[in-house]
Design a protein around this ligand. Structure first.
Ligand SMILES: [Zn+2]
Length: 287
């Protein structure tokens, strides 16, 4: 009888212990599970792989948590284009700045025969397409005129592609008469489309119709925001750089054109105090 009572008591005791253990295990597991679901970093020591897993679970199980913002989307960008480049010396000076400046080459003429050959040593360049100006001062050989036929324009565009195979971006050199002429721009954009060129309108005249005909022919269009060195002085160029940065901050990006004058290159190189507010990129990285 005494033995039976003891047996019953032992049974009760063992049932109580196993219940407490089960309860502790269940609570413990739930507690761990809760931590893994809601906390980004678990408090206990785990391997790096587990930490990553918990991080991912926490992000997945909490859709309201804002994703980390990409700085690429918000950082204002600027492209600097140096027009009218024709010599190796100009390239060397631009490279020495160590800034991502896009070089725009004038096609070869009797005055600068090597301007296509020297492009082979440049990684990021574009073609500077001479188009007719309202005032003819010194005109580049091979400048396209408003009365040129589509065939003439296409032949010239093909020639530029053969000289400068490393780019599909072109911007106009001069062109105040040409880019404001509807018929000429219609034919011109058709020729650019044929060679898959992207056109950067230098905007040498306010009445440019580049946008209208780029849209008509499906040519991708970029536009110059500012000329940096219309007055080639340090004071003026720095003022223009500040306007450029303000434009980039306002619109997310901005495109500037300058020329290979010593003062322009020197001022840009020594104006990192202004340019540090934005990200400088090659024009191809703005597409
Ligand atoms: Zn030019």
């Amino acid at each position: 009888m005494l033995q039976t009572t003891n047996h019953r008591q032992r049974k009760k005791l063992s049932w109580a212990i196993s219940s407490i253990v089960s309860l502790w295990v269940v609570c413990g597991v739930s507690f761990v599970g809760l931590k893994a679901e809601t906390q980004i970093e678990p408090v206990f020591k785990v391997t790096n792989e587990k930490k990553l897993l918990y991080k991912n679970q926490a992000i997945l199980s909490n859709p309201t948590k804002p994703k980390p913002k990409s700085t690429k989307q918000t950082e204002p960008t600027i492209a600097l284009i140096c027009d009218d480049v024709v010599t190796q010396r100009q390239i060397d000076k631009l490279k020495a700045t160590k800034l991502p400046i896009t070089i725009s080459f004038l096609p070869p003429t009797f005055r600068h025969k090597n301007s296509a050959k020297i492009a082979k040593g440049v990684a990021n360049y574009m073609v500077h397409y001479p188009l007719e100006a309202l005032k003819r001062r010194v005109e580049e050989e091979g400048t396209l005129m408003v009365d040129d036929s589509y065939e003439t324009m296409l032949a010239r565009t093909k020639q530029l592609k053969a000289w400068y195979p490393g780019t599909n971006i072109t911007n106009n050199h001069t062109g105040s008469r040409f880019t404001s002429n509807e018929q000429a721009m219609d034919r011109f954009m058709r020729s650019l489309k044929k060679l898959n060129y992207i056109f950067l309108d230098s905007r040498t005249i306010g009445q440019t119709v580049a946008k209208k005909y780029a849209q008509k022919h499906g040519v991708k269009l970029l536009q110059r925001d500012i000329f940096l060195d219309n007055i080639p002085t340090r004071r003026y160029i720095r003022k223009q750089l500040k306007i450029l940065v303000a434009k980039a901050r306002q619109n997310g990006r901005a495109i500037a054109i300058f020329h290979p004058y010593g003062i322009s290159i020197q001022t840009i190189e020594t104006s990192k105090d202004i340019l540090k507010a934005v990200k400088l990129v090659y024009i191809k990285d703005m597409l």
